[in-house]
Design a binder for this molecule. Structure first.
Ligand code: IFM
Length: 470
């Protein structure tokens, strides 16, 4: 089925609540480039990507989608899409060279220009403080396994609040701390590439602490700010069978993948079962009095990034595993069905399951889907068109699932499509394209894909097409 078939087939509209926020999302290291310009210093991703063998094809974010120089053009693309919100991240080493000390004026100026351009285009800025680009100097001092990094992060949050707080209404402290802690320090497939289960657990705790301290810094600087948030990539877990052993596998991964953040942030405690499951690695004595109270400083919404579900069963996990020993007796299985270019299953049911779980577990916490989208091997045809019906179908099924979750009483306030532009997909380099705008990385030419036109129609109508029943 083509993209347009989905638009024109016999349908009824699934309308979203009025005021629903429609956005796109990006991250600094994945799009900005200008890695050494205007005082920016290396982050852990600069170091990692320049290390042979770490990133596909030796790709780096040195140039990426050159957004640093093409920002007005990219905001114009969003204006044409009609998005109400844009979720971007701030590169910490662009605004604080060593992760401490005075701010770099030119770095702050870039984000001021971006925010002004967005506001002039009628687009609300949603700023993420940390999307994985830790200043290398802080990593040299021990990185996230060290408590002091959390202190530095809170100071950086205060600097950004002072610089942009009059114009940015939504702040996200961290993006996907699970990936940063467990892929960065556990199995080492992300920067900084360390492989220590203890370090990954320490990092996870310091992310919770950094989040809480940053919330306090933001609140202090911006007492009237409407929204302070956190984005988690929660795992939508399914047991292979309803057996007690398979359900226990779900429990273990839920503890080390989801509740390790949810419980400190929303309940001010660590899950007892997590402490038991990781007892061979640590006694968690790095958690100090007051840390969990800080981590649970109230926030206004929770961001969820969802791509695909995870199926687990009793068994043995392949090593090296990122799961800090908690995965002993757990096996990960491929979910059935079609897959994206990441080899991730296309399964919108997982989004519904995750959102309705949060409706039940966190009553009163508004949710945002801060990332959702799919990579496919797109190309621009000789006439310059990028035909990406699989992405349209992916988005359609996920927006339908999101709509269903809202109808089932889940308070979801917005949806941010990942991603606006094709970009640097971490360890996959430029080999995976998530954008609804194609980027020719040789010329930096932008071409909206058919999915961009499709998304613009969804936004304009505040609705997605539903199949007619019967
Ligand atoms: O590209 C990433 C993004 O940086 C974080 N969430 C998942 C995306 C796709 O892998």
């Amino acid at each position: 089925m083509s993209a347009l078939d989905i638009l024109t087939s016999d349908t009824t509209d699934l309308r979203f609540p009025s005021g629903f926020r429609w956005g796109t999302a990006t991250a600094a290291y994945q799009i900005e480039g200008a890695a050494t310009e205007d005082g920016r210093t290396p982050s852990i991703w600069d170091t990692f990507s320049r290390t042979p063998g770490k990133v596909h094809n030796g790709d780096t974010g040195d140039v990426a989608a050159d957004h640093y120089h093409r920002m007005p053009e990219d905001v114009a693309l969003m204006r044409r899409l009609g998005v109400t919100d844009y979720r971007f991240s701030i590169a910490w080493p662009r605004v604080q060279q060593t992760g401490r000390g005075p701010a770099v004026q030119k770095g702050l100026d870039f984000y001021r220009r971006l925010v002004d351009e967005l506001l002039n285009a009628g687009i609300r800025p949603v700023a993420t403080l940390y999307h994985w680009d830790l200043p290398q100097e802080l990593e040299n001092a021990g990185g996230w396994p060290q408590r002091e990094t959390a202190q530095c992060f809170a100071e950086y949050a205060g600097i950004m609040a002072d610089a942009l707080g009059d114009r940015v209404g939504t702040w996200t402290t961290l993006n996907e701390p699970w990936c940063a802690a467990f892929l960065g320090y556990g199995n080492g497939v992300h920067a900084p590439g360390r492989t220590s289960h203890l370090d990954s657990l320490r990092a996870a705790h310091h992310f919770n602490l950094a989040h809480g301290w940053a919330v306090r810094a933001l609140r202090e600087a911006l007492p009237d700010t409407s929204e302070v948030s956190l984005t988690l990539n929660l795992h939508a877990l399914r047991p292979l069978t309803p057996s007690a052993d398979d359900l226990d596998a779900v429990r273990r991964i839920d503890a080390v993948g989801n509740r390790i953040f949810l419980d400190p942030v929303f309940h001010g405690r660590l899950p007892d079962d997590l402490i038991r499951d990781t007892a061979a690695i640590t006694d968690w004595s790095f958690v100090r009095d007051g840390d969990l109270a800080a981590a649970s400083t109230p926030i206004d919404s929770l961001g969820i990034n969802y791509y695909s579900p995870t199926v687990v069963a009793a068994g043995e996990c392949e090593s090296p595993s990122p799961w800090a020993g908690a995965e002993r007796h757990v096996r990960f299985l491929p979910a059935p069905g079609p897959r994206t270019a990441m080899d991730w299953p296309v399964d919108a049911g997982g989004l519904y399951e995750l959102l309705t779980r949060l409706r039940d577990d966190l009553p009163g916490v508004p949710l945002l889907v801060t990332e959702n989208g799919a990579a496919y091997h797109d190309y621009s045809d000789p006439s310059g068109r990028v035909h990406d019906p699989e992405r349209v179908s992916y988005l359609h099924s996920h927006l339908t699932a999101l709509h269903r979750a809202i109808e089932a009483g889940t308070d979801v306030r917005g949806y941010f499509l990942w991603s606006l532009l094709d970009n640097f997909e971490w360890a996959y380099g430029y080999s995976r394209r998530f954008g609804i705008v194609h980027v020719d990385f040789a010329s930096q030419r932008r071409t909206p894909k058919e999915s961009a036109d499709w998304y613009a129609q969804v936004i304009a109508r505040n609705a997605v097409e539903g199949r007619q029943e019967g």
